[in-house]
Design a protein around this ligand. Structure first.
Ligand SMILES: [Zn+2]
Length: 386
């Protein structure tokens, strides 16, 4: 007769022993949790005196190294990407007859805010410690390249500005005799003025442009405006040729999706020439996306050419994620549709906004923070410096 192996014979006993030891271990961790945290804080405070912050020397950025409570506070922190549509300017209202489609009514009024409101939004953001970063800087942050953002003071809240549909009031020219000036009440005019007064406000908003209507209303100046936006530092995003829901189209055929994105690139190129290569992001019309579409838009082939896109914007949703989030998808970047209410409820008054981490000197001798238990039996590297 074959002997039953020891393991098989005592299987139930081993399982009970295993569960029992798990319970014991968890109790042990709970009992000593405060003690462990105290040890970590002591270690951090002791090490803090070892590094200095010098704005001029080779910096790297480290996620809120200063204090453990800052690290914890930042974990659920979100980054608002603000999405604006129509800015109601006195100039447009007194100089243009608007078609029924773009006249304010009950259905579309959520897309309108006045010049005065937009100006106030910039001021309120600034006064509340918000500093604007570009979409590229946001993507760079999400990849962990926080050093790219060393122009931002630590503890600043971050936000991104975007404008959709190239509607009127975003960028208008006023003819002043033979001179052409930027309407000081349009979004670009307001941002130019704000940047003059606050040099750390950068002209880096993204304009998501489609060609369903004439971009920015004045057909004679489209090329001039698109080029000037790039000159000033703004970004252009491909919002398709005719603003059709791409995910719905893709279910039927990819031909329309290729056309909607590829044709828009050709139109951009007709105005921008080689500068069209700076357009490397998509904005989904009506926020209509799907997993299939997110994969599809990475590479679009149209008219014998290939266009690559590194990211894509959704229309509406919760605040964008922060670099601690593993679920971040660059092809589904969340934005907040801004109106009178959402500006406060979804941006300004939100408790958990991601804050710019502190800067830590590269040559710092801090290698890691070591978490120790009573018996010194386990170690946890929280932060590693090169
Ligand atoms: Zn749109």
């Amino acid at each position: 007769m074959r002997k039953t192996p020891f393991f098989k014979k005592n299987i139930s006993f081993i399982i009970i022993l295993f569960i029992f030891s798990l319970v014991l271990m968890s109790q042990y961790i709970i009992i000593f949790e405060d003690f462990i945290n105290e040890k970590i804080m002591f270690f951090i405070n002791e090490k803090k005196s070892h590094f200095k912050i010098d704005e001029n020397d080779g910096f790297m950025n480290q996620f809120a190294f200063n204090r453990l409570d800052e690290i914890i506070e930042n974990l659920p922190g979100r980054i608002p990407i603000l999405e604006y549509h129509i800015i109601e300017t006195p100039f447009v209202y007194s100089n243009y007859i608007l078609t029924k489609r773009i006249t304010k009514n009950k259905k579309n009024e959520r897309f309108f805010i006045s010049s005065e409101e937009f100006r106030r939004h910039l001021e309120i953001l600034y006064e509340n410690g918000f500093r604007n970063i570009s979409l590229d800087e946001y993507l760079s942050l999400m990849k962990g390249n926080v050093k790219d953002l060393k122009r931002i003071p630590p503890r600043s809240k971050l936000f991104v500005l975007t404008f959709d549909d190239a509607t009127f009031g975003q960028f208008d020219f006023i003819e002043d005799g033979t001179n052409l000036i930027v309407d000081p009440d349009c979004a670009v005019g307001i941002m130019l003025d704000f940047a003059r007064k606050n040099p750390d406000f950068k002209l880096n908003a993204a304009f998501c442009i489609d060609f369903e209507n004439v971009p920015f209303l004045q057909s004679e100046y489209v090329g001039k405006k698109l080029n000037l936006l790039l000159d000033l530092g703004f970004e252009l995003v491909n919002h398709t040729k005719s603003h059709k829901p791409l995910a719905k189209m893709l279910k039927k055929t990819n031909i329309i999706v290729d056309y909607e994105i590829g044709k828009a690139m050709e139109i951009f190129e007709s105005y921008l020439g080689y500068r069209v290569t700076s357009i490397n992001k998509i904005c989904y019309p009506n926020g209509d996306d799907s997993q299939l579409l997110k994969d599809y838009v990475k590479k679009i082939k149209y008219n014998g050419r290939e266009y690559n896109f590194i990211a894509a914007l959704d229309a509406e949703g919760p605040l964008a994620l922060n670099p601690n989030e593993e679920t971040f998808d660059p092809y589904a970047i969340r934005r907040i549709e801004i109106n009178k209410d959402s500006f406060f409820t979804c941006v300004i008054n939100v408790k958990t906004i991601f804050k710019m981490p502190a800067l830590v000197l590269k040559k710092s001798d801090i290698g890691k923070i070591v978490k120790t238990s009573l018996s010194n039996s386990f170690y946890l590297d929280l932060i590693k410096l090169p």
